[in-house]
Design a protein around this ligand. Structure first.
Ligand code: CTP
Length: 402
């Protein structure tokens, strides 16, 4: 017999971003979830019940008065494995925070005993209003995952924080939260900083020294931390990937820029994870104009200078007492011995050691590693998705937090 499909309630409240929830719904149903859409009456002004019903294959209502004999206002919440409200308006956040129950969605939120994810979307002023801030804090304290809105174009000509994140990224958060089942969002209230990607050190306006890091492991760390309730700052270098939902992304190019951005974000961070491949050296000189080849002349050698070691600096000079610092080590030979040595030299709390090479790790969706602890622990992580390794890292970080 096949496994029953996980039951997801997709709550949709009345914002223009309601149309984006159709894409989230499609992703959820296509990946094998049984989705019940519960729109509010105002959401139905933006997208009609016929669309939700056709896309979900389930009946759709905003009322507690329909199908009363089936007690839907109680049953839908009780049966759910996950409730996600996307978009979630300021009004819906307020109702959820105060336990109001005047329609099917708010009733469902009160009867649900499963993880709940809110993806707010509203104008910046509404998001920043102290009332909304307090409502978000209340919901987070109770264990809900509230995804930070994205920054960008809002309704009309306004831009700012308040956009609904990309539905594909909200889907990733849902997938991670569902995978964790009843586990608490154990990074709630924590600020984590993750660096990802590979730095590029320019030689001239068109050329650089770079490396083959894709940034996927760093992105997996950022996504999983957000799904565990953390406020996440992702310092990314040259990945070209879309912003994960609920994550503040700072874009950098070079090692020096990465250092500045990481140190700034680390000032109030509980955890810093250095997953980026930071260039150890940069060209000593930068040519303002493109370097030209000249007939009959040998190319000039490229002189290099050392870049600062950000991980060693963070570890030696913690911005906060008890801040947990995690490094990565990419090794081709003597993987464990080099890893232990690097852990000591860099002074971090945890070092994720993985073997790299032509066909391993770079750009792939999977990874295999050993996580070494400064307390002598060794945690092997079998070959699997980069998100599983990311969750193991957070599992090891959480008990080390003060
Ligand atoms: N790192 C850093 N700053 C640098 C170089 C590396 O913060 N200038 C960090 C990386 O983000 C990673 C860790 O250090 O978390 C290990 O990087 P790795 O390249 O494996 O180590 P190296 O210091 O380059 O050591 P070696 O080249 O001797 O292997």
């Amino acid at each position: 017999m096949s496994e029953p499909k996980p039951k997801v309630v997709l709550g949709v409240s009345g914002g223009i971003a309601a149309y984006k929830a159709c894409e989230l719904l499609r992703r959820l149903t296509e990946s094998g979830h049984d989705v019940r859409v519960v729109p509010t009456a105002s959401a139905l002004h933006f997208v009609g019940a016929a669309t939700w019903s056709a896309l979900s294959g389930n009946p759709v209502s905003d009322q507690v008065w329909e199908d009363v004999h089936e007690v839907p206002h109680v049953r839908i919440g009780q049966a759910a494995d996950l409730v996600v409200v996307a978009p979630c308006t300021a009004d819906m956040l307020a109702k959820a925070a105060h336990g109001l129950a005047d329609d099917l969605l708010t009733n469902t939120l009160l009867t649900a005993r499963c993880p709940v994810v809110f993806a707010p979307a509203m104008h910046t002023e509404m998001w920043e209003h102290p009332a909304t801030r307090e409502n978000v804090a209340t919901l987070r304290r109770r264990g809900a995952v509230v995804i930070e809105p994205a920054v960008g174009r809002l309704t009309g000509v306004d831009t700012g924080k308040g956009r609904l994140p990309d539905p594909a990224e909200i889907f990733e958060v849902c997938r991670r939260v569902l995978a964790r089942g009843a586990a608490e969002p154990d990074l709630a209230g924590r600020h984590v900083v993750v660096s990802a990607g590979g730095t590029r050190e320019p030689l001239d306006p068109v050329r650089y020294l770079g490396n083959r890091s894709s940034g996927k492991q760093g992105y997996a760390l950022a996504r999983t931390a957000a799904a565990r309730g953390a406020r996440v700052t992702l310092v990314e270098a040259n990945t070209g990937m879309p912003d994960p939902a609920g994550v503040d992304v700072v874009r950098v190019g070079t090692a020096l820029q990465l250092r500045e951005a990481v140190l700034k974000a680390a000032a109030d961070a509980d955890v810093v994870v250095m997953a980026a491949a930071v260039a150890d050296f940069r060209p000593a000189a930068y040519a303002e104009g493109k370097i030209k080849k000249r007939e009959g002349e040998e190319p000039a050698p490229v002189a290099l200078v050392r870049n600062p070691d950000v991980l060693a600096e963070l570890s030696a000079d913690r911005a906060r007492p008890g801040q947990v610092v995690v490094g990565f080590a990419a090794e081709t030979d003597d993987v464990l011995a080099n890893g232990r040595d690097k852990l000591r030299r860099k002074g971090c709390d945890l070092l994720v050691v993985n073997e790299v090479g032509e066909r391993r790790t770079f750009g792939s969706e999977e990874n295999e590693a050993v996580v070494l602890g400064s307390d002598g622990t060794e945690t092997p992580v079998p070959h699997g998705p980069k998100e599983d390794l990311a969750d193991t890292v957070w599992d090891l970080v959480v008990p080390r937090l003060p």
